[in-house]
Design a protein around this ligand. Structure first.
Ligand SMILES: [Zn+2]
Length: 289
């Protein structure tokens, strides 16, 4: 009888802890949701004043060239050694909110570092996973935009995805997500890869005014074309690899062949003498500077 009472008491306390713990976590996740976070920034004078200044700077700006490799965008890094960086986008939004746990577990098992570009939308859909990734020193967290909109100051689109309509929206896309990531991880991202990697020259300049470097990639793995066969991804990477290359892949589509291809790519690159690094360990560069 006595033991039963104790058991019930213990279970009661345990359940209470369980409920408080999960309610608190859910509350924290919802406080950082894109909608709430933007509302909070609307009352943050440092954000509002910076936004006004940036909008003013770009009031008469021309967008310049639109593309993946325009002026102001970096695509690889300086090194004389056989170092390369794997980068993975977590795009977010309907049908883009997935998490490739097999890929991430494989990288952990093989101790392959990677740089993860995440959107605010992806964080909202995967808050607990995001927290765990941000605490894992194998991974560097960088900025893929708040709402996964290609970065334009005049409303360009790419692959049917609407870009930001003006400098104000481009500012929110870059800076609000940088602040959101910093608020959650206590580290401000230093790189920004626009959704689809398309950006205009003004957008790259805008990012630079925020202390953020716009980047694209040097080696296109091709994993983003759904159901690309493993050998195609493998060869796309292996045939184009060189020291200082930034390889672009995704970690938000477990149904694609990214993980399966990485199982082939990593051992082959190691045989070729390559080592894998995160982006913040090197100085990036662009051919167009
Ligand atoms: Zn993306």
């Amino acid at each position: 009888m006595k033991r039963n009472k104790f058991t019930y008491k213990f279970l009661g306390i345990f359940s209470l802890f369980f409920i408080v713990h999960f309610t608190t976590n859910a509350q924290i996740a919802s406080d950082y949701s894109n909608v709430k976070f933007l509302k909070m920034l609307d009352h943050d004078t440092s954000y509002v004043n910076l936004k006004k200044r940036i909008i003013n700077d770009f009031i008469h700006a021309q967008p310049g060239h639109w593309g993946e490799f325009v002026k102001g965008v970096d695509e690889d890094f300086y090194t004389k050694q056989k170092y390369i960086a794997f980068t993975f986008d977590g795009c977010g939004g309907p049908k883009r909110n997935g998490y490739d746990a097999e890929l991430i577990n494989y990288m952990r098992k093989e101790k392959v570092p990677g740089t993860l570009f995440v959107t605010g939308k992806w964080i909202d859909a995967n808050f607990k996973t995001f927290l765990a990734l941000s605490k894992d020193t194998l991974f560097e967290i960088e900025n893929h935009g708040l709402n996964h909109q290609p970065c334009s100051i005049d409303g360009e689109s790419k692959y049917g995805i609407h870009g930001t309509a003006n400098a104000a929206q481009a500012f929110d896309e870059i800076e609000a997500n940088a602040r959101k990531i910093e608020a959650i991880t206590h580290r401000r991202p230093i790189y920004y890869r626009s959704a689809t990697a398309f950006i205009d020259e003004a957008g790259a300049r805008l990012a630079s005014k925020l202390g953020i470097t716009a980047i694209s990639f040097q080696v296109l793995s091709g994993d983003a074309v759904p159901y690309t066969p493993v050998p195609v991804i493998e060869e796309s990477v292996l045939q184009n690899i060189k020291p200082g290359a930034i390889v672009i892949m995704h970690f938000n589509h477990p149904e694609w062949n990214t993980y399966e291809a990485m199982q082939k790519i990593v051992p082959r690159l190691r045989q070729m003498g390559y080592h894998f690094v995160k982006l913040d360990e090197f100085k990036l560069r662009s051919e167009k500077k």
